[in-house]
Ligand binder design. Structure first.
Ligand code: NAD
Length: 476
């Protein structure tokens, strides 16, 4: 792993294995970072912070831009690594993950010199002449903890804004997918980032826990499951470490009968099955207005049947494997439990008899509001399809969730679209599209989907502390 600009093994000498989900075969041994390794990375980050926070904003911007250039230059190599480690199709790794990471560094490069406070005229001190303003100051050392589904992209969403604001970062990638983050961090140093400004400590939950507990970490920015996020929030409270949390979801995707149905079907397929449904914002609850239910189901079946399932490196693959045998068992378990409850499997509902961890795209019909498959995040290629009859009913159903990350709506009625976007409880809403993300658009959820926002100018507030300065400069 990369700590303070040096490749090091874990202090304990322990390792863990990362494997190819498309074959189940071992790819590499990586260090299992200990609390001592985390401590070393935090100390290096603290030291680097002293200079990085004072580096001229435009110089920081130039380095971030150079990082984007180097990621782009090595995009094919990084996409290959990402596909080997996550199993996702190479076209997704190159077309989405790498593009997202590169764009994030470019966008945040543009913001690095615009981390501005504001002048605030006072009302409470008549007779005095005051100059009052806020400074947005970097927080210090950021601990970034990342999941396995978008390893490099999610790391970039944290590293780029943190650095733009003058912070330094210790990244803890997922134990399942550490490879691209390690390589990208090496490229960041090549781009001119001071050693220690970004360290990567590989490891598992115990490594993440050591980072959260560390008293000299100013903020934890976490993406992952809701249960881990809740534990992090509890542990972080001890030191009052700042926390932002991008957690799970069970997002509603709503198709009204007046929509462009063919487009909506493609959107529902993307929402449900992109990256095998291992997407936090997957539109896994698909609400369909009753008159078009049969047409939508038939369209879903036909479209998914035509999507080749295979190893991420096979050129035609549209659906890759799930991340691990354990996760495959979990996904299949949800569907089996639904079946036992009397829920109809409209299509799919089976594992593939081949090496690797493959599950067929699946649609379930007949779930009740209490069904687990309608309420819990399955994180696999499983759509729970629910018919509805009117707008008020579907908005109430969409909001009847403990999550609130994303939502989609398909309609040709602009009034209905506005009514839905205004009333749905979600951090991100897509109208007549699904799954578009961009560094300019804030990203994050309500309810158990988390705290805070990544991306957009909001990200600057996640990585700075406002200091209010009130200066009396005279009296009238
Ligand atoms: P996870 O919570 O199991 O692990 C995420 C990361 O946290 C890993 O690096 C893991 O090693 C680390 N970790 C585990 N226990 C920890 C602890 N106690 N303290 C500190 N760190 C710990 O999640 P996962 O299975 O890797 O990822 C899937 C989840 O991530 C899904 O729930 C998905 O919805 C969510 N996700 C959310 C977003 C979003 O933007 N909202 C994006 C991608 C994924």
């Amino acid at each position: 792993m990369l700590i303070g600009g040096e490749w090091v093994a874990a202090s304990t000498g322990e390792t863990l294995v990362t494997s190819d989900p498309g074959t189940g075969r071992v790819l590499a041994d990586v260090p299992l970072g200990s609390a001592e390794d985390v401590d070393r990375a935090v100390r290096e980050a603290r030291q680097a912070f002293a200079t990085w926070r004072r580096t001229a904003p435009l110089e920081r911007a130039a380095i971030l831009w150079r990082i984007a250039d180097l990621l782009e230059k090595h995009a094919d190599e990084l996409a290959l690594l990402e596909t080997l480690d996550t199993g996702k199709p190479l076209s997704h790794s190159r077309g989405y993950d790498l593009t997202s990471a590169i764009n994030e560094f470019r966008y945040m490069s543009g913001l690095a010199a615009r981390v501005n406070g504001q002048l605030s005229p006072l009302s409470t001190m008549p007779g005095g002449v005051f100059h009052s303003y806020t400074r947005l100051e970097p927080l210090g050392v950021i601990g970034a903890i990342v999941p396995w589904n978008f390893p490099l992209a999610n790391a970039a969403w944290k590293i780029a804004p943190a650095l733009a604001c003058g912070n330094t970062v210790v990244v803890k990638p997922s134990e399942e997918t550490p490879l691209t983050t390690l390589r990208a961090a090496e490229l960041m140093l090549e781009a001119g980032l001071p050693a220690g400004a970004v360290s990567v400590v590989t490891g598992d939950g115990s490594t993440g826990r050591a980072l959260v507990r560390h008293p000299d970490v100013n903020k934890i920015t976490f993406t992952g499951s809701t249960s881990t996020g809740q534990e992090i929030a509890r542990v972080a409270a001890e030191n009052m470490t700042r926390v932002s949390l991008e957690l799970g979801g069970k997002s509603p995707n709503v198709i009204f009968a007046d929509a462009d149905i063919e487009a909506a079907i493609l959107g529902a397929v993307a929402g449900g099955f992109w990256d095998s449904g291992e997407v936090c914002s997957a539109g896994s609850r698909l609400y369909v207005e009753r008159p078009v239910l049969d047409r939508v189901l038939e369209g879903l079946r036909k479209t998914t049947e035509a999507m080749p399932i295979g190893h991420g490196l096979e050129p035609d693959t549209a659906i890759g494997p799930l991340i691990s045998a354990r996760h495959l068992g979990r996904v299949a378990g949800y569907v089996d439990e639904g079946r036992a409850e009397g829920i109809e499997v409209a299509f799919g509902g089976e594992t593939l008899e081949r090496e690797g961890h493959f599950y067929r795209p699946t649609a379930l019909l007949g779930a009740t509001p209490e069904s687990k498959v309608l309420n819990e995040e399955i994180f696999g290629p499983v759509l729970t399809v629910v018919p509805f009859d009117d707008t008020a009913e579907v908005i109430a159903a969409a909001n009847a969730s403990t999550y609130g990350l994303a939502a989609g709506v398909w309609t040709s009625d602009i009034a209905k679209a506005h009514h839905f976007t205004e009333n749905v409880e979600a951090g991100v809403v897509w109208v007549n599209t699904y799954g578009v993300v961009d560094p300019a658009l804030p990203w994050g959820g309500l309810k158990k989907s988390g705290w805070g926002r990544e991306n957009g100018e909001q990200a600057l507030h996640e990585f700075t502390e406002a200091k209010a300065v009130c200066m009396q400069v005279g009296s009238l």
